[in-house]
Design a protein around this ligand. Structure first.
Ligand code: SAH
Length: 344
């Protein structure tokens, strides 16, 4: 089988062309054609004849197949993609002001086994290739343009779908390079957010290799024992160590760390939990997203009342930490955070 065009960043494509003595303008033209102009058919204009032949003989342009699309009343769209080996992943378009944030998956299933997460219950089947990550974007964009041409702009990318993105670092990095490339989607780096359960080896690589992309930390509790129950890898990479790392991230206008706090009824939603969190994060370049737990079939946890969520937020406000209560979108189609599961 031919390797996918969508797995190469620009530098890799340039190296392939150079090795064949093909004109060096080709890779930029191809990026422009397939990513900027969003064409899926072969590029036959401007490219040298031998480059066209090389591409046709050596690259595949297959994309993940859209298996099902579900739309909810709030305009959230959930795609179920079928990959070439028959495995499935989900991708969600989340609307805001007639634009969209796309929530991408990075793995089939997930190895982190967080107790509150539906994806965690299915275990890790495999990593996605960069082409499969880029393909989710390309196909979702195509659907949007066809079905909602009046508002088809995807402005933000979040790696908050299935999988732990920093556990599949190479593919996520290549996909980000394609999204950021001036010849590709030309996205600004702060428009991409990688969400992590606190996988330290991946955070180390992020710092060394793509520190301009934003990080969101799945925080969920300031108390190690509670966090251990929610996120098993906390035993290996304790919150204290992860925070030490995250604290060292330089500040900037568009640079802040998002701390995601999943609120679970009678587990981590007390005012005392809020005060401990406030004291821990006070004065940091923190931005807290409060996410009321989204239930899924068989889940052991419960969602708190909105009044409790608001009380929790009021405590954090006293520590002057910007806090947003994340509105649940798409829950009637099981497209909300932690509701993605492709085994059922
Ligand atoms: N593995 C990464 C990204 C995937 S999860 C991570 O852990 O950050 C994206 C976000 O959804 C995380 O903050 C995760 O904790 C949250 N989430 C998972 N299950 C959830 C659920 N049932 N309800 C609400 N949020 C959930």
């Amino acid at each position: 089988m031919k390797p996918s065009f969508y797995q190469y960043n620009l530098a890799e494509l340039q190296a392939l062309f150079a090795a064949q003595d093909l004109p060096p303008s080709g890779p930029g033209l191809l990026f422009n054609w397939h990513y900027k102009k969003r064409k899926t058919e072969p590029c036959l204009i401007d490219l040298a004849k031998k480059s066209i032949e090389f591409v046709a003989a050596n690259m595949s342009f297959d994309l993940p197949e859209v298996h099902t699309v579900k739309e909810s009343d709030d305009k959230t769209v959930k795609f179920l993609f079928k990959l070439r080996d028959g495995q499935k992943v989900e991708t969600v378009l989340i609307p805001f002001n007639n634009k969209y944030t796309i929530c991408l998956s990075s793995q089939v299933g997930c190895a982190m086994k967080c107790s509150f997460c539906f994806t965690g219950t299915q275990g890790l089947s495999r990593h996605l290739g960069a082409d499969e990550i880029v393909g989710q974007f390309t196909e979702a964009q195509k659907w949007l343009t066809q079905n909602r041409p009046e508002d088809d702009r995807i402005l933000n990318i979040v790696f908050m779908g299935q999988g732990e993105p920093l556990h599949n670092f190479d593919a996520v990095k290549t996909a980000c390079e394609i999204f950021l490339s001036q010849h590709g989607l030309s996205l600004a780096s702060h428009k991409i957010t990688i969400s992590t359960a606190g996988y330290l080896p991946g955070l180390e690589r992020w710092k060394a290799e793509m520190p301009d992309v934003n990080i969101a930390l799945s925080f969920h509790s300031p108390i190690e024992e509670k966090r251990n129950k929610l996120i098993p890898i906390n035993k290996r990479y304790p919150l204290a160590e992860v925070l030490k790392f995250v604290d060292a991230i330089p500040h900037g206008k568009n640079r802040f760390v998002t701390y995601e706090y999943l609120l679970i009824k009678d587990f981590n939603d007390s005012l005392e939990d809020a005060h401990i969190t406030g004291k821990l994060l006070e004065g940091k370049n923190a931005y807290i997203n409060l996410i009321p737990f989204n239930p899924f079939p068989g889940s052991e946890f419960k969602r708190p009342e909105m009044s409790e969520v608001e009380k929790f937020k009021t405590v954090l406000d006293t520590y002057k930490i910007p806090t947003l209560v994340r509105k649940t979108k798409g829950d009637e189609i099981l497209a909300a955070c932690g509701q993605l599961n492709t085994k059922i």
